[in-house]
Design a protein around this ligand. Structure first.
Ligand code: FES
Length: 123
């Protein structure tokens, strides 16, 4: 079943909640289960200074949201784009096979937020 880390993050999620004055938001959904995740980022000098999230989803989706917020805080936008779903599930000491897809949301949501931030900078 779930690893200790997943349960820990599910029961005590980090950085949960919307950031009202976020510099960018990434929203992703999983068409299979219908779960939705929003990732909010604050950026300064090309670094993610703060990250928040709102997730309507399963325990694994909540735990991956929490974990990605820890992995991405303080890193550069380029580094954030390199975080993979495997990084997220490895950091959580693995996810049950049928829950692997849940880790896609967190990585995709973060990448979307960075892409949206970069688009905003261009305009
Ligand atoms: Fe939907 Fe986990 S079951 S993200």
């Amino acid at each position: 079943m779930y690893s200790k880390k997943v349960i820990e993050h599910f029961q005590n999620p980090k950085n949960m909640g919307e950031i009202e004055d976020a510099d960018a938001v990434g929203e992703v959904g999983n068409p299979v289960c219908g779960d939705v995740m929003k990732i909010y980022i604050k950026v300064k000098d090309d670094k993610i200074t703060h990250i928040g999230w709102k997730t309507m989803g399963c325990a694994a989706a909540i735990a991956t949201s929490s974990m990605i917020s820890e992995l991405a805080e303080g890193i550069t936008l380029d580094e954030a784009m390199k975080i993979t779903k495997k990084d997220v599930s490895d950091a959580l000491e693995g996810l049950p096979p049928i829950k692997q897809h849940c880790s896609n949301l967190a990585a995709d949501g973060l990448h979307k937020a960075v892409e949206n931030y970069r688009k905003k900078q261009e305009t």
